[in-house]
Design a protein around this ligand. Sequence first.
Ligand code: 9Z3
Length: 327
Amino acid sequence: MDAPNGSQDTEQTLDSQVKAFFDSAPPLQNRNDIIQKLNHFIQLNSLSSENGIGKRIVCVTSGGTTAPLEQRCVRYVDNFSSGHRGATSTEYFLKAGYAVIFLYRRGSFQPFCRSLPDDPLLECFEATEGLNIQVCEAYSKAVKTAIVDHHAAVDSGLLLKLPFSTIFEYLQMLQIISKPMKDIGPRAMFYLAAAVSDFYVPWKDMVEHKIQSGSHILDVKLVPVPKMLSVLRKDWAPLAFCISFKLETDSNILLNKARGALEKYNMHAVVANELSTRKEQVVVVTIDDKITVQRDKSKADDDVENPLIKLLSQRHSAYIEDSKRMR
Ligand code: 9Z3
């Protein structure tokens, strides 16, 4: 008797936590604009293609969310993520034939720009006489490839980029994205590489103005962010193929934590990565497999995302086929 009541209680608690989160979040400024862009993007990529059912569409999340400490925010708690994983994966998903919704942290790495220097505007260009600007010889290939490939993906309607900064923006946008993604069933994939805040200050408990530095102790209460991965799987887009990430710094606990997340959130796969080796290798944990995926070290410019996206794309295709048989 205890267990069912217990799990019902947990579900109710989660539902009320989720409701409280969204009720208190500051509304998105450009909500209607985002909805319009999304609907157009998904419609465009749902017109029948080579297989007669439209393209596979993936939502790649990338970069870290911030948890503000003041409503007129000067200070915030941040989550580590450069956005390299998400940006690189986006390029490989496009190569694999997907349409990509790139939900990224403002200022983080962008697809097709990875081989540019930190300050591309100042380092890649030089002023010549007569106020003309030209690309420096050393960067001409990288700049040309970035511009051509980026424009090709955006102009052909295969890449939609949506920026966020705070945990409030991120979760509201993820919820908005999942609505039209739900309608396309198993053709949708969520690839959740963003580093999402575990704790936040609810908007209504947050001070309005900048916290003053007079006192010796900063007394701020952060509460857990409701586990939206469960809600995404259960309610928002139950047929979508869902991949989450697990990041640890202690490799001894990584695989157990990934397995725990797989079961707890009912993911189709969890990509386990350790902070210091994350660009070299990851382990894809599924219900009956643990597959180590490595970068091809014999090729200087290979990325671990290359074999990773190949594997996930194959698994996603098999999932779509299985879903057809079950209909
Ligand atoms: C990841 O594990 C990503 O692979 C990285 C990529 C953030 C490590 P970079 O952006 O790094 O290339 O610099 N993302 C998920 C991290 C995370 O916060 N996962 C949560 C957890 O581990 C679950 S949502 O508990």
